[in-house]
Design a protein around this ligand. Structure first.
Ligand code: BDR
Ligand code: CA
Length: 309
C-alpha cells in the first residue's frame, strides 16, 4: 500500500477524504495535518481529531499547521460548512489527541522515517505543503507526489474563475508547482461529477455503522448549504476525489499539461491556468484530472467507510 499524509481543513468533504484514506486497503495513512481554510485552524484541527475518533482511527498522529496563507489573510467558508466547519451532527469530544509537533515537524518525521517515498494528499489551501518545502528542501526527494483538490479547468466556486482552495493561498500553490515534485490537480471540473445524490446518500447510510450515520448527518447539512449557495442540492463531494487518484488508479482520468496559478489579477486572482493546447509553449509540469468513473468512485468510498468503526 502507498504511504500517505493527508493535509486538510475539515470541512464536510475533507471528512470523507480522511475516511477514504484511513479505510482504503491500498493506502497507508501515516499522518494527518491541518490548515486554516474552510474555518480557522482551531476548528479544522479539532474536527480532524473528531472524525478520526468517530471512525475508530486512533493510531494516526494529527498535527496543526498554518493558521493562514503564506502571504495573505485567511478567507473562510462558513456559509458552506457552518460556524464550526462541521455543521450538522452533534460533535463528540475527540479521543485522538493533538500531536505537539507542528505540521512541518510531523510531515518531516514521517518522510524521514519511511523507507519509501510518501505521497501527500492536500484537500485545503496548500499552505502546509509549501511551508514544508521551504523549511525542508532536503526532504523533497522523499515526497512521492502531491495530489491536491483545488483549482479548475473551467470556472471557479469562490470567484467566477477561482476555486476556493486556490483562491485562499495562490502563492503556496505557485511554490509547490515550482518545486519539481510530481503534482496532480483534482479540480472542480471533475469534483462536480462526485455529486451526493439521494441514491449515493442512501448507499452510504446503508453501511449502518457509527461512522456512516455521522457521515449521513454531515451530508444532509452539506447538501442543504450547497443548495442554498450554489443551487446544487446534490452537493459535490470534492476532497475524496483527490484521495481516489491514489487509492484506485484509473478511477480518475488524468492529463499531462502545463498548469499555472494566477497570483495577481484584477478579477482572476486564484484562477488556475490549464494550457491543454500548449498555447504558452511552456513545459508540462502537472497532471490534471479530466474525468471520473463515478460509480467506481462511490463504490470505493462506500467500501472504505464500511471498514471503519
Ligand atoms: C474545496 O473548498 C472547500 O470548501 C472544500 O473542502 C474543498 O476542499 C472545494 O472548492
Ligand atoms: Ca477541503
Amino acid at each position: 500500500s502507498i504511504p500517505v499524509i493527508v493535509d486538510c481543513d475539515p470541512g464536510h468533504d475533507d471528512v470523507f477524504a480522511l475516511w477514504l484514506a484511513a479505510g482504503h486497503p491500498a493506502l497507508d495513512l501515516r499522518a494527518v495535518t491541518t490548515v486554516g481554510g474552510n474555518v480557522p485552524i482551531e476548528h479544522t484541527s479539532r474536527n480532524a481529531r473528531i472524525v478520526l475518533s468517530v471512525a475508530g482511527v486512533v493510531d494516526v498522529p494529527v498535527a496543526a499547521g498554518a493558521s493562514g496563507p503564506l502571504e495573505r489573510p485567511l478567507v473562510t467558508a462558513e456559509w458552506i460548512h457552518g460556524e464550526n466547519g462541521l455543521g450538522g451532527p452533534a460533535l463528540p469530544e475527540p479521543t485522538v489527541p493533538l500531536d505537539p509537533r507542528t505540521a512541518t515537524e510531523l510531515m518531516s518525521d514521517v518522510l524521514e522515517a519511511s523507507d519509501e517515498p510518501v505521497a501527500i494528499i492536500a484537500t485545503g489551501p496548500i499552505t502546509n505543503v509549501a511551508a514544508l518545502i521551504r523549511a525542508r528542501p532536503d526532504l523533497v526527494p522523499r515526497i512521492r507526489e502531491v495530489v491536491w483538490m483545488g483549482g479548475s479547468t473551467e470556472r471557479g466556486n469562490a470567484t467566477p474563475y477561482a476555486e476556493f482552495n486556490a483562491l485562499v493561498d495562490p502563492e503556496a500553490l505557485d511554490l509547490v508547482l515550482r518545486s519539481g515534485i510530481r503534482f496532480t490537480m483534482v479540480g472542480l471540473n471533475v469534483t462536480h461529477l462526485a455529486l451526493v445524490t439521494p441514491a449515493v446518500r442512501a448507499r452510504l447510510a446503508d453501511v449502518g455503522t457509527r461512522t456512516s450515520a455521522f457521515g449521513d448527518e454531515l451530508l444532509e447539512f452539506f447538501c442543504r448549504t450547497n443548495d442554498e449557495v450554489f443551487g446544487m442540492p446534490d452537493g459535490p463531494l470534492h476532497d475524496p476525489v483527490a484521495v481516489a487518484v491514489l487509492a484506485d488508479p484509473g478511477v480518475v482520468e488524468l492529463r499531462r499539461t502545463r498548469l499555472d496559478i494566477e497570483l495577481v489579477g484584477t478579477e482572476t486572482t486564484g484562477a488556475t491556468s490549464v494550457d491543454f493546447d500548449g498555447m504558452l509553449g511552456r513545459e508540462p509540469n502537472a497532471w490534471v484530472a479530466v474525468g471520473l468513473d463515478v460509480d467506481r468512485f462511490w463504490a470505493g468510498l462506500t467500501d472504505a467507510v464500511s471498514r471503519l468503526a
